[in-house]
Design a protein around this ligand. Structure first.
Ligand SMILES: Cc1cc2nc3c(=O)[nH]c(=O)nc-3n(C[C@H](O)[C@H](O)[C@H](O)COP(=O)(O)O)c2cc1C
Length: 431
């Protein structure tokens, strides 16, 4: 597994959180190009029914890439149909994703009502959640047992690892030309070197790499626990309890399901992101992770790599995941602390320093270029027609593209994240 390096070379593995309409391929590419990358990427959550019907509006979320996928990149999936889930896992592995993550934390009411996302946390849906994990594990094992497919995955992942390592050499050379204060450049250059070293370690140990099955979830459905207090209390009598003194059956269960790792967003579904993350639960979750020998990733309100590293105990919580922190500080994964170290003594999102604004403008310009290149209907159709044909030929699983081109629009999605960033930083289009 790619986490092993944590113990020897990396303080804590940093992960960019999956964020719908934000952490798409264009953003991940820009993060690599400007030296702002974490150790691990996730895709946005991707619906298996949409994959099964070959919908380009869904498939674009798992568009493969030769450089960024040299970093461990996990495809996050959701859906209920087990056959479609199985096939979707096969497809993302065939595309060279490093693993699949099962979304069991989406708090959107419509999704919960269907018994999916955070709805799987409800006791009546635990059986469903468990079988989805098993289906995903079965698909990974079947894929791996097929020598031809295993070799295909290895050759993709190993060649992308090499691509990324050499690409980071180019990025490092470019950092010197960034028109930025010396300290900021230092942070970025150091980040590039650290990540290059991390990828080199993965490459040296490439024989150990195998696709992972992971879960991303929340503490429970409602604050203070309790999906069904009586049942829960009966079930967990004599079992360990969380720091509130209440049983936490969901987490206790899923840690025993044999996932390769579990990401816990330290809030309940009902809390959305409206209350501070429950860091007081960390010790309890560490104990579950230790008992189950399943590592976990801590998530919620992390605003610097230092904070992330301080939250993990390095034995059980092997990494930290950052989502909205990138809006406040796009340099967050470099270890650059915008609030304390920024040369203007200013928060990044309030900054009015000319150089840094110009740097952000360069980032946005590149983002737009990638966006236009990747998400144009004609480009995606070409790429996916080819990918699905090859997939069907090699796996016998039939998937055809279902998308009727509309001539009157160019893109498959709108550049929402760009607009959000631009508004936040009050940026104009750079010339
Ligand atoms: C705009 C947005 C989109 C999100 N989309 C997803 C998603 O597709 N899958 C998922 O598991 N979580 C999603 N999340 C939740 C984040 O991955 C993360 O768990 C949450 O934001 C808490 O971390 P943070 O405090 O570092 O932002 C999303 C969050 C935001 C703000």
């Amino acid at each position: 597994m790619f986490w092993w390096v944590n113990k020897s070379a990396v303080q804590g593995v940093s992960v960019l959180a999956p964020m719908e309409d934000v952490t798409d391929l264009a953003l991940r590419k820009v993060f690599v190009d400007f030296g702002l990358m974490p150790h691990v990427f996730f895709t946005e959550f991707t619906n298996v029914e949409g994959i099964a019907t070959g919908k380009l509006q869904v498939l674009h979320r798992i568009t493969p890439d030769e450089i960024t996928m040299g970093f461990p990149t996990i495809a996050q999936l959701w859906g209920s149909d087990e056959r479609k889930f199985y096939n979707a896992v096969f497809l993302v592995l065939y595309l060279g994703f490093w693993g699949v993550d099962l979304n069991m934390g989406c708090p959107v009411k419509k999704v919960i009502k269907k018994g999916l996302g955070a709805g799987l946390i409800k006791p009546e849906n635990h059986g469903k959640a468990y079988s989805l994990v098993n289906i995903a594990k079965q698909a990974v094992n079947d894929f791996w047992a097929n020598e031809k497919l295993k070799k295909h995955w290895q050759s993709l992942v190993f060649s992308r690892l090499q691509n990324a390592i050499s690409y980071l050499g180019d990025v490092y050379a470019r950092v010197a030309d960034f028109d930025l204060p010396e300290a900021t450049k230092q942070s970025i250059a150091q980040n590039v070197l650290n990540k290059q070293e991390y990828l080199q370690k993965l490459y040296q140990n490439k024989a150990l790499l195998k696709p992972t099955v992971s879960i991303k979830t929340r503490l429970s459905i409602i604050p203070g626990e309790d999906n069904n207090r009586e049942v829960v209390q009966q079930q967990s009598r004599g079992n360990s309890r969380n720091n509130d003194g209440l049983p936490d059956p969901w987490l206790e269960k899923i840690f025993l399901w044999g996932a390769d790792f579990i990401t816990v967003h330290l809030r309940t579904a009902e809390e959305m992101s409206k209350v501070p993350a429950h860091y007081e639960r960390i010790a309890y979750i560490n104990s579950l992770a230790q008992k189950a020998q399943t590592p976990w990733v801590v998530n919620g309100d992390i605003l610097s790599t230092k904070q992330g590293n301080d939250l993990i105990d390095k034995q059980n919580s092997i990494g930290f995941m950052i989502g909205r922190g990138i809006f406040k500080n796009p340099l967050i994964f470099t270890g650059y602390n915008a609030e304390h170290e920024f040369n203007c003594q200013n928060k990044f999102n309030n900054l009015n320093c000319k150089k840094d604004k110009l740097f952000l403008q360069q980032i946005f310009k590149k983002h737009k270029e990638y966006f236009d290149e990747i998400f144009t209907i004609a480009n995606l159709q070409k790429l996916w027609k080819h990918a699905l044909k090859s997939y069907t030929e090699n796996t016998g699983i039939s998937l055809t593209l279902d998308f009727k081109t509309r001539r009157d629009y160019k893109h498959i999605k709108s550049p929402q994240v760009l607009e959000k960033f631009k508004k936040m930083y009050k940026l104009r289009e750079s010339r």
